[in-house]
Design a protein. Sequence first.
Length: 380
Amino acid sequence: MSLLDLLIALLLSRILTVLLENVGIASIVAYIISGYILSKSVLGVLNDIDTTLLTLSLITLFFYVGLNVDLRISRSVAKKSLVMSSSGVLTTIALVGLTTYLITNDLTTSLIAGIALSNTATEVILLVISSRELSNELFREVLITSSFIDDLLVLFLVATLGLLKGGVPVIPYLIKHVVFALVIISLGYVISKLLSSKLLSPRVIINIAMLMLFSTTLTAYLLGVDLAFTAYFTGISLGILRFSRDPMLVNIVRLNDLVSYLSEVLDMILIPIFFLYVGINMNLNYVVSYSFVVILTSAFLGKFIGCSLPYVVWGESFKGLVYGILMNARGSLESVAAVLALNYGLIRGDIYSIIITTSITSSLTVSLIVRLLRRYLRSI
């Protein structure tokens, strides 16, 4: 891929982003569509993207997702979110996994598809559900926390794809990842304690964040720990600063400013590059098929039934139905899992294309439903 090809791709993706975000559609969809349009199966402008650049994009994406995790939630919110997330995830894995197995007769492929499509995209939820659409803060909190819990499962899948590929001792691999995650969280706690009495400037916050990210990922690379996994927990560990004693809330505000700043910076180049690559590997010929319709239906029903059911049991049927619809928002992490699985040779090209198209279709559908039901959402 030449610099000219990359500039053309970034320009097209930005034009589509401007057009789609005006109607409430996540920018990730625009990047994937741009990649597909420029791929060898359509215009033939992009054939591949440098693997180092892709890995850097992946690291920054997971770091940003981890930074967004706010652990300051009440016990009641945590309980409801955990129940709803678990129900939605298990139901979706069961339905999508069974459907995919009947199509492919491959257990590994069906498991990857089931876990990937059981995710709810936090970034899409935050985009389509603003405080204007949904004034009930508790409802929003449960929704966002549930999507964070979903992210953890996909992160686990991403970290263990290397095991599924084979050739790696299972127990040492898992122990190494768990221990390394605990070390990173402990590091975040120590740094939070050291900085709790200091007022940090925005520049200092940025320097701390980058030093933590680069030092942990470098160590992970040397130890053979998954880099995306490491970046995610580094983001979470930095978020521990939100718990520091800060009566004026200065550090918390500056940390939130960092998240906002990183969002804008990453969205300029690095995140688009990764999702352009996602689009390059798509083939819509696989999507015009019975298999796509069946897997898409299974994915939607899995999240809808699984996330609605707990609230129906609790006597809040309307809330449950709304949760069931909104938790079908999909986006970045399932695309990451699909790309890595494809590169490792764990899934076929047709299943990859179906997973990505299901993700895009889900995001578009949820955005449309939110626009249609806006007045009812305000009454929750």
